[in-house]
Write a protein of this length. Structure first.
Length: 368
């Protein structure tokens, strides 16, 4: 018995030691990559212009981030900067327009994808650069652009120094009314109607704070068996040709400017500066089996990096298209979303793209 106890102790100690070693290696690799990134970023030339930091004060880390920005600017001798906070009545679009009117040269969005999206909506086509300090849940656009999401200091260095890239901006217009027809809601990552919008709308904000983007799985589970959507679509390709599909049926219809989300690749062919949008028409059948098949399809294209379904798929479809615009008419209303912000229900939608209209401050490594 004593021998067995000693053996158990030795085995347990060995397991603990192995776990500690793995954790140490992971932290070591993270620290090394962060050190390398800092060395590269410190070589960048500061841009001494007027900055406006548009901040979402509702984020848990907003207060600490504001202090960090002030210390960073003092250390870099950046003296010409202001903070403009978003409110329920004044979103990032209005704040960015105010910043430009007040003479800002660079507007930095400090917040999540919603703040970034609304600031970008105002910055597109102005010729002024936009910086990003990500402090949100997903920070998907920042991830796709290579902007550090785990290091505010590094993100600030990117935002306040030379290194820019022109990227596309997508627009989703709800054509049901004259008022909405004129808006054109901007998106930088993915906009959609149907299941994806329902999933986002049914996800608890508190759960997102606790487990980040994984919270969306709960919203997805609630809407797996909602009715499908039916209608028609007219897609215009880059050469100006229009293709019409009358018998459209789907769970979700998405348009993407960037296709990478944490862990998964939703649209492997999506490129943020190619002047076209990627479209996915996703459908399932056969109840739970269809959703299992769909998950396998997403995993397959994530691993292969190719926009194709898994060879074993039987109960799901992912039709992947590209174009400069798409108009969708539905038989019944569907909820819409842009970059994780839900809009109203609609039966008539237009997706368009503004090629290379937004100037974004990016790391050197993001330049191709």
């Amino acid at each position: 018995m004593a021998t067995m106890s000693r053996t158990a102790i030795i085995v347990t100690a060995a397991i603990i030691a192995a776990v500690v070693l793995v954790v140490a290696v992971c932290f070591g690799r993270y620290a090394y990559r962060r050190h390398q990134r800092a060395q590269v970023l410190n070589k960048r030339e500061d841009d001494q212009v007027r900055y406006a930091f548009v901040m979402n004060p509702s984020k848990p880390q907003a207060k600490r981030c504001r202090m960090q920005i002030k210390r960073f600017c003092r250390r870099r001798e950046i003296t010409d900067f202001v903070f403009i906070d978003t409110t329920l009545e004044r979103d990032g679009y209005a704040c960015a327009r105010q910043a430009l009117a007040d003479g800002a040269s660079v507007v930095v969005a400090v917040g999540g994808d919603g703040t970034v999206r609304t600031v970008a909506s105002a910055m597109a086509g102005t010729g002024h650069a936009m910086g990003i300090v990500p402090i949100g849940t997903g920070n998907l656009f920042a991830r796709n652009m290579g902007i550090p999401v785990d290091d505010i200091e590094a993100a600030l260095t990117v935002a306040t120094s030379h290194g820019e890239r022109m990227v596309d901006v997508g627009r989703l217009s709800l054509l049901d009314s004259e008022k909405e027809r004129k808006v054109g809601h901007a998106f930088l990552i993915i906009a959609g109607i149907g299941f994806d919008a329902r999933m986002i709308d049914d996800t608890s904000p508190e759960l997102k704070k606790n487990i980040s983007w994984l919270a969306y799985f709960s919203g997805g589970m609630k809407n797996m068996f909602t009715p499908k959507y039916r209608g028609s679509m007219s897609l215009t390709t880059a050469d100006g040709t229009t293709h019409t599909k009358e018998d459209l049926e789907f769970r979700t219809f998405m348009s993407g400017n960037c296709g990478q989300i944490p862990v998964f690749s939703l649209m492997p062919n999506a490129v943020y500066d190619d002047g076209v949008l990627d479209f996915e028409i996703i459908d399932t059948r056969g109840g739970l089996l269809g959703w299992v098949n769909l998950f396998g399809d997403v995993m397959h294209q994530t691993i292969t990096g190719k926009a194709e379904q898994a060879p074993w798929t039987t109960n799901s479809t992912i039709d992947q298209l590209q174009g400069i615009s798409a108009e969708v008419r539905l038989e019944t209303p569907a909820l819409a979303q842009v970059d994780g912000d839900t809009l109203q229900e609609t039966k008539h939608i237009m997706f368009t793209v503004e090629p290379r209209s937004l100037c974004v401050r990016v790391p050197i490594t993001a330049n191709r």
